[in-house]
Design a protein around this ligand. Structure first.
Ligand code: FES
Length: 380
């Protein structure tokens, strides 16, 4: 009987079985059209002995996607041994036991640094062998000019900017190390170990790894780290330092979540615990006795109305609240100024109000005429 390896776990399945039937019992699979081959939502990444692409797959998947192994689980049949990665694997990761996350002994013998590469900001701390924090430093992520969010930066890397993005972040890390060393009165060359965490995309861009797999369905990361490098490999002044890049869970639940879980210790506790990291990229992890569920989304752009013509951060001039009074929209504007844009909370309010006034239907379809929220601020 063929062996179907689903998200790394092998299962037996009869030859001729629809891939969706084999996958569904073991992993969440979106099938909104009822497996009729119409919606394209049951995409998986599959390789091995499988049936040829069907008419439906050729209609819904590009030749490039098919060449990369993207298939519609409801259309493809198992003919022999094959390997499948589901999209849900990229979005939610289930850990089976507490042993997956636990504290370890320090990596260093003299000075060690911990660095978090956030999409927007970098934060670093320097410690001595006894665990005393000697210095702290932070700065904006120098990759911001290539895009505020990870998707835009991945796009820039795919356009050939990968080496420049990597050098930019490596140089800034080096500066942070030197700044902290100076605060502590030591030489940065004496730092003998670093742990550099961050979301999966940040680690790809740091190490100049091709991020193509992060840019399209099924979002299956081909490098999850959990690797030891040297300072020299990242162009750092402490060339001989051991640099540990913690393991990421998936393409969009990264090492930053893993290290936050480790630091919080919630997976060592009984009961139900929630860890939320709301940054430019936001992650939430829910722990319950022996199961950990994680998911992520772009949180910062939502708060800043990114992607909207009139979207802006929550600063003076932003519509931050909207309500319906006597059938008309009334808006609150931050600061003593006229409305110049709308921030995330204003967008959420505005959409609820437009639904109430009938200018938007329950599917999110807006009237063709722009909906005026306040002054010259309108949606879309
Ligand atoms: S479930 Fe809709 S295309 Fe497969």
């Amino acid at each position: 009987m063929p062996v179907v390896t689903i998200n790394g776990v092998p299962f037996a399945a009869a030859s001729g079985t629809l891939l969706s039937d084999a996958v569904s019992p073991h992993s969440h699979l979106e099938t909104p059209c009822g497996r009729l081959g119409r919606c394209g939502k049951c995409r998986v990444f599959a390789r091995g002995a499988l049936s040829e692409p069907t008419v439906e797959e050729k209609k819904l998947l590009s030749p490039e996607e098919l060449a990369q192994g993207v298939r519609l689980a409801c259309s493809v049949r198992i003919l022999g041994d094959c390997q499948v990665t589901t999209a849900s694997e990229a979005q939610a990761h289930v850990l089976g036991s507490k042993q997956d996350v636990h504290a370890r002994a320090p990596l260093f013998s003299r000075w060690g640094a911990a660095i978090d590469i956030g999409t927007t900001t970098l934060a670093a701390c320097l410690y001595d062998r006894s665990g005393n924090m000697l210095a702290q430093a932070g700065c904006m992520n120098p990759q911001a000019p290539w895009g505020a969010d990870v998707i835009t930066r991945i796009g820039a890397a795919l356009q050939g900017e990968g080496p420049v993005l990597a050098r930019a972040i490596q140089r800034r890390l080096d500066q942070l190390l030197k700044e902290m060393a100076s605060q502590a009165g030591i030489s940065a060359r004496e730092i003998d170990a670093l742990v550099i965490t961050g979301n999966t995309a940040m680690l790809y861009l740091l190490t100049e790894t091709n991020p193509d797999c992060l840019s399209h369905a099924p979002f299956a990361a081909d490098r999850l780290f959990g690797e030891m490098l040297t300072g020299a490999e990242l162009g750092l002044c402490c060339a001989g330092a051991a640099v540990y890049l913690p393991r990421c869970f998936s393409a969009f639940v990264g090492a930053d979540t893993a290290t936050a879980l480790l630091a919080s210790g919630i997976t060592q506790q009984d009961g139900t615990r929630l860890l939320a990291d709301i940054g430019t990229n936001g992650e939430i992890a829910l722990w319950n006795r022996s199961t950990l569920l994680c998911c992520s989304t772009a949180a910062g752009p939502a708060f800043e109305g990114a992607g909207l013509t009139m979207g802006m951060p929550g600063r003076d001039g932003a519509v931050d609240h909207v309500m319906v009074k006597n059938g008309a929209l009334h808006a609150h504007v931050l600061g003593d100024t006229e409305a110049v844009g709308i921030c995330g909370s204003g967008v959420v309010d505005a959409l609820a109000c437009l639904l109430e006034t009938g200018q938007m239907d329950e599917t999110g379809f807006l009237d063709p005429e722009p909906a005026v929220i306040c002054g010259r601020v309108a949606l879309p």
